[in-house]
Design a protein around this ligand. Structure first.
Ligand SMILES: Nc1ncnc2c1ncn2[C@@H]1O[C@H](COP(=O)(O)OP(=O)(O)OP(=O)(O)O)[C@@H](O)[C@H]1O
Length: 520
């Protein structure tokens, strides 16, 4: 029985030996690993260039940051659909609308198992437009509980749709009793400044642009002292406009430059507005160009009829009431202030000029009591007084546009049109007044090809070479050519009719040889 402990002792001794051996081996291995590491480091230090080592360090830091990202502090911005305005009352939150409009462009319907579709009235909710046309837009939205990720300037923003229910006795506008819908925007806390100062404004600006594209454009006309608006469905676009391609492109470029120059205008201390003077014979597309500009920019038009405006104060009120992102148009500006009359056609006899521009008798509210021109009925001193205080002058209009109007809004365009540039007051042509003078001329070859494409979707035809020769020798307007093309739906018939029409004009050469665009 004595040997047992011995056996046990020797067994335990051999066991301990093995452990010791393993321990020594481990130590040796660790020592060699450490030695290798030291060796590798010193080799790396000697062999790798500084840039490579920096890059390796950056990669290690980046990976570390990504791994630690899961624990990063997150911040959340809650955008509720409705804002509580007291018991039983709530207001729709425009920010929610903006975020939802923006997110509709970010949702990938293939990546989401459920989406909701919404059809909403644009802008003037609940109001019937004067012409009875309603404008709608369809939006794709996230369902409550869903989320989507948006990347802005390399930073991830997570949007989630949340709905909290419960019958709290309040009626949401959607008709769901007590249901509260919101959108939550979450991001890493370190990006809070960027979220609030750049990302959210970007979301609202984008939403505004999207709404602009969707909404029907409006044209406003002045009546008495206020503007009256109608939906504007003028089909003219830069694509359908018949004019030399280079001229068209230079106008588009100019508009684009104008849109991008908010900071530039601010820096140089100039009002953010741009003036265009469109001149050329009747029927060359001046009004069509204005419509194309409005459609391109998605700006509403304010068509100012100065014959409706009798007092300077009314003019100023009308102008001040124009919002940003709009186009002010004054057609036939030569007729508005110049005592020389407008010839309505190339051959029309000139009517007698009015003795007094925009003078008439006024009721107390400023409305005209008698005919528009002339001052019959008032005594001479009265007439003189009215003339002094109420007559609208071109310089008054220009000074007001350059002065108070410029500082009361921004991103506005002014267009004056005329058939007779030579009749304009030099004050209007002075450098700095109208930024661009654009000549709209007779129908050239490129303009004709645009019209042929508009009417018949053709870019070539056996009659084209003959038409090109005839056009080069005739002074015909795009309106006249359009009229001929409109006469038949068959290209052959319409083009033959046009050739006959042009043949009659053969020899009547263009009499205005004008530079197409002049920057003042
Ligand atoms: N450049 C053009 N491109 C396309 N269509 C044109 C063009 N010019 C005229 N038209 C056609 O002729 C019609 C009348 O043209 P528009 O009213 O634009 O001419 P305008 O130069 O403004 O004339 P006015 O000086 O008499 O006001 C337009 O509705 C359009 O169908």
């Amino acid at each position: 029985m004595d040997h047992l402990p011995l056996v046990g002792a020797s067994a335990s001794a051999s066991g301990q030996g093995k452990v010791l051996d393993a321990y020594k081996k481990a130590l040796t291995t660790a020592a060699s690993v450490a030695a290798y590491a030291v060796l590798a480091r010193s080799m790396a230090r000697e062999l790798l260039p500084d840039e490579l080592r920096d890059a390796a360090r950056w990669c290690a830091a980046f990976l570390g940051a990504r791994l630690a990202g899961a624990e990063k502090e997150r911040h959340t911005v809650v955008i509720r659909r409705e804002v509580d305005g007291g018991y039983y009352e709530s207001f729709e939150n425009d920010m929610f609308d903006a975020a939802r409009t923006y997110l509709a462009t970010k949702i990938d319907p293939r990546a989401m198992r459920r989406i909701s579709l919404m059809r909403t009235r644009n802008r003037s909710r609940g109001k019937q437009e004067p012409d009875g046309v309603k404008s709608w837009s369809t939006l794709m939205c996230m369902e409550p509980g869903d989320s989507t990720t948006d990347v802005f300037e390399g930073v991830e923003f997570k949007w989630s749709s949340i709905e909290v229910g419960g019958d709290d006795g309040k009626n949401g506008r959607g008709g769901h009793r007590g249901q509260r819908e919101s959108l939550e925007l979450s991001f890493d806390a370190e990006h809070t400044d960027m979220a609030l100062e750049r990302y959210i404004p970007f979301v609202t600006d984008t939403a505004e642009q999207l709404r602009n594209q969707d909404r029907a454009l409006r044209i406003y006309m002045n009546e008495s002292r206020s503007w009256h608006g109608f939906n504007h469905h003028h089909p003219a676009t830069f694509d359908t406009l018949a004019m030399a391609p280079e001229l068209k492109q230079s106008i588009i470029d100019d508009l684009e430059r104008f849109l991008k120059r908010k900071d530039y205008y601010r820096r140089i201390g100039k009002a953010w507005k741009r003036g265009y003077l469109l001149y050329g014979p009747p029927g060359t597309g001046k009004s069509s160009l204005v419509a194309a500009m409005a459609n391109y920019l998605r700006f509403n038009l304010y068509d100012l009829d100065l014959s409706e405006v009798l007092l300077n104060s009314t003019l100023q009120k009308l102008l001040i009431n124009m919002p940003n992102k709009s186009i002010l148009v004054i057609e036939d500006i030569d007729c508005c202030f110049d005592t020389k009359p407008r010839e309505d056609s190339k051959t029309a006899a000139a009517p007698e000029p009015p003795a007094v521009d925009y003078m008439t008798e006024f009721d107390d509210d400023g409305s005209p009591r008698k005919g528009f021109f002339g001052a019959s009925g008032s005594s001479k001193p009265q007439q003189q007084e009215l003339q002094q205080h109420q007559k609208i002058t071109l310089s008054g209009l220009l000074n007001f546009i350059d002065g108070l109007w410029s500082t009361s809004g921004e991103e506005r365009i002014i267009v004056f049109t005329t058939n007779y540039k030579d009749r304009l007051d030099p004050a209007l042509l002075r450098p700095g007044r109208m930024d661009l003078h654009i000549y709209m001329g007779y129908c050239g070859w490129d303009a004709f090809k645009t019209l042929a494409h508009n009417y018949f979707l053709i870019d070539d035809h056996p009659m084209f070479p003959d038409i090109q020769k005839l056009l080069a020798a005739a002074d015909v307007t795009p309106a006249e050519v359009s009229e001929m093309l409109l006469r038949s739906e068959e290209a052959d018939v319409a083009l033959r009719g046009l050739m006959e029409f042009l043949a009659k004009y053969n020899g009547r050469r263009k009499n205005i040889n004008s530079d197409s665009v002049v920057s003042s």
